[in-house]
Design a protein around this ligand. Structure first.
Ligand code: ADP
Ligand code: MG
Length: 686
């Protein structure tokens, strides 16, 4: 089999597995964040359960998963109408009660024949000092004991998929995936005692024993692959930007002064500095690759307007992209307000624009009449044609992948690129994560902003908080109320539940927006809130980025302990934009763990996104990959930024070497790049 045929097996859909239908594959895809077998086997276990040791019943430990051998002695006679059935398993040291709810008795009797020697594995509970196991995870006759894995990885799950099933699918996938030709140098592998690529994956999903050191080496190897693939991509983006010229875009100082004077407010020092850096970059023949980082409300839109102005006045067009339609329209509103008075033609293309209207916009774009075009990523579609694209502005970079950036380098004339982000990435990390982008930082807020009064309250004070909300409504102010989930039966913190409570207290004044609504329904809900018809907006985190409602003064976040710190800070940034005092109330469900407590305290004591991010980062122990994903950093699968800095450095040098040695790419790297990188922009030597 050729290497590319092997790769295509890794890229087969999850739905190709036995026992995975359309519905299930959808669930699995959402869970693992991808559609291929490769994505599936990258789903990292949270921990491992040891089912290998088999204590006697006497020595079995309460509260732990244990595997126990015994003989089925008898079935307890259940009282009539009882839904509980009990089976007694004995060995020479004692007995264990197996408990079943709502099970069919004939089924149980077939499953557990009296007198049979069996092996069961599950959680041992304490029932008045006696040992019992409710619904064993595994139960087999003793000749089939090998069917119980001695070590079982424990995964993050989603409704409708058990751990055992997921493990089974991963096992099946690994059985089908062929070994790949090694792409790392053998001296590196030997020095670090790293396993091969597939071996690394197998060792964490199908281990014979729990060996944390081995798991650590496997993860490191995969993390290195990931860093290396990314470094190669970054390196090729850099190469492309130096090989293809960008247009020189500049305006005279007089024109720039006129622009500043036309703004409704004086620019902050930070805005002036950032726009100076951007003007200087855009006047160069090699394309700008700059990230503008600024906390929520720091005034990034004005800086984007300056960049767009420079491009338009130099005769070039600007594409401005946001992650959602609502945000695109809001960004358009902001830019339009600043730029139209200066004679710059702005437009917004939305998915709603269909037929004639859409064609008309696209025509005006193709002829160059529209100078600043706002929209979602759909602006990158084939039908959208610019006459002379000179600048691309991206709001909220973390949804704009390395891959998208790489795509830009394939244009005939390389546009300048400005990425805007409110995700407060610690300075120490930004470079390693994003590669060769230059940074401009807005570390100063527009004057007159008051800090948001932040308090943490236990959930038992819900009623007080609701009364506070009613008072704020009576004062004519607006309130965001954020919940961690949309709707779930056993969740006290769901948006639908809270919305129905608030609607009763405030008829006709409370709106609801969450991820399960259609785009148009979301827009409508946000619009009702923005225009003040609704004074309360109950929401899930769909409002996280960007919605600008200066009249909003209160942000309630329910189940605050379930959100990441960076996310909480972003949410809080939605209030405190006007002149009135504003509040952020963090409703938590006690008891809080130590770290959770510290996190809420950090948020209460600081209003500085960067400081919060640094502290958050320090609070995380190594290995908290998931937590990092939540913090809004780009989506690494295996890299743990708290402990893999050195991998990023080594892999960067390794990538430089690949480029500098000349003669094109080593074909071995193609497999690596097709799985973990952006193979479409890096072409190996023929
Ligand atoms: P963000 O960085 O979150 O995108 P925006 O660009 O939306 O921030 O700006 C937030 C608010 O601050 C807007 O209402 C904007 O008009 C206002 N603003 C921006 N720059 C200044 C400034 N220099 N002085 C006063 N207000 C400003
Ligand atoms: Mg913004």
């Amino acid at each position: 089999m050729s290497e590319s045929e092997k790769i295509s097996l890794w890229q087969r859909p999850i739905a190709s597995l036995d026992g995975v239908g359309a519905k299930l594959s959808e669930k699995l895809e959402a869970l693992v964040g991808g559609k291929t077998l490769f994505d599936l086997v990258c789903h990292w276990p949270v921990r491992w359960t040891d089912r290998g040791v088999q204590p006697s019943i006497e020595l079995a430990r309460f509260g732990e998963i244990q595997t126990i051998r015994g003989v089925v002695q008898h079935f307890d006679t259940a009282p009539r109408g009882s839904k509980v059935q009990k089976i007694r398993l004995v060995d020479e040291t004692g007995f264990l009660t197996l408990v079943f709810f709502n099970a069919r008795s004939d089924y149980l009797r077939r499953q557990y024949p009296v007198g049979e020697a069996m092996v069961v594995s599950g959680h041992v509970e304490d029932f008045h000092g006696q040992k019992q196991m409710t619904h064993p995870d595994y139960a087999v006759t003793s000749d089939k004991a090998h069917l119980i894995p001695s070590v079982e990885p424990v995964y993050h799950l989603t409704a409708g998929i058990t751990n055992r099933r997921l493990h089974g699918f991963i096992h099946q996938a690994l059985n089908r995936l062929p070994d790949l030709q090694e792409w790392l140098q053998s001296d590196l592998l030997m020095r670090e005692h790293w396993p091969g690529f597939k071996e690394a994956l197998s060792s964490i999903h199908l281990p014979d024993e729990i060996d944390m050191e081995q798991f650590g080496r496997s993860r490191k190897r995969l993390a290195y692959d990931e860093c290396f693939a990314r470094s190669l991509t970054f390196r090729s983006i850099r190469q492309a930007t130096t090989q293809t010229d960008a247009p020189r875009l500049s305006v005279s100082d007089e024109e720039f002064d006129k622009l500043k004077e036309s703004f409704p407010y004086p620019l902050t020092g930070a805005q002036i500095r950032a726009s100076g850096e951007i003007r200087s970059d855009m006047s160069q023949i090699s394309a700008m690759q700059r990230m503008l980082q600024g906390d929520v409300g720091s005034g990034k839109t004005s800086v984007a307007a300056i960049a767009a102005f420079v491009a338009a006045k130099s005769g070039y067009q600007v594409a401005v992209m946001a992650p959602t339609e609502v945000l695109a329209r809001q960004l358009f509103a902001g830019l339009n307000e600043l730029l139209t008075p200066l004679g710059v033609k702005c437009e917004c293309l939305s998915g709603r624009d269909k037929g004639k209207k859409r064609t008309a916009i696209l025509d005006r774009l193709a002829t160059g009449e529209i100078e600043v075009m706002c929209g979602t990523h759909a602006l990158f579609q084939d039908q959208v044609e610019f006459q002379k694209l000179g600048l691309v502005v991206i709001d909220e970079q973390h949804r704009f992948g390395v891959n998208d950036r790489a795509k830009l380098t394939t244009k005939a004339v390389m546009p300048h690129l400005l990425i805007m982000s409110a995700t407060p990435i610690p300075r120490s990390l930004a470079m390693t994560v994003f590669g060769d982008v230059d940074l401009s930082i807005l570390d100063e807020k527009p004057p007159g902003r008051k800090p948001v009064d932040t308090r943490a309250l236990p959930f038992s004070r819900l009623e007080e908080v609701m009364s506070g909300v009613i008072r704020a409504v009576e004062r004519g102010e607006q309130i965001f109320w954020v919940c961690p989930t949309v709707d779930s039966e056993d969740d006290n913190n769901s948006a639908i539940l809270r919305h129905s409570m608030l609607s009763e207290l405030l008829p006709g004044k409370a709106g609801l927006v969450h991820g399960r609504l259609q785009a148009s329904e979301k827009d409508e809900a946000l619009e009702l809130f923005r225009t003040g018809k609704h004074q309360v907006l109950v929401a899930t985190t769909v409002i996280e980025v960007g919605v600008d409602v200066p009249n909003a003064t209160v942000m309630v976040i329910e189940g605050a302990e379930r959100f990441g710190l960076a996310q909480l800070h972003q949410l809080r940034g939605r209030v405190g934009r006007g002149s009135k005092p504003s509040y952020c109330l963090l409703l938590f469900n006690p008891p809080l763990g130590e770290t959770a407590k510290k996190r809420l305290n950090i948020l209460r004591d600081s209003q500085d996104g960067f400081e919060i991010a640094e502290m958050d980062f320090k609070l995380r122990g190594p290995g908290d990959i998931l937590g990092l994903a939540q913090s809004g950093l780009p989506d690494f699968r295996f890299v743990d930024l708290t402990q893999d800095q050195n991998l990023l450095d080594i892999s960067r040098r390794h990538a430089d070497y690949e480029f500098e040695k000349g003669g094109g790419f080593d074909p071995k790297l193609v497999s690596l790049l097709s799985l973990l990188g952006q193979s479409d922009i890096i072409r190996p030597q023929a």
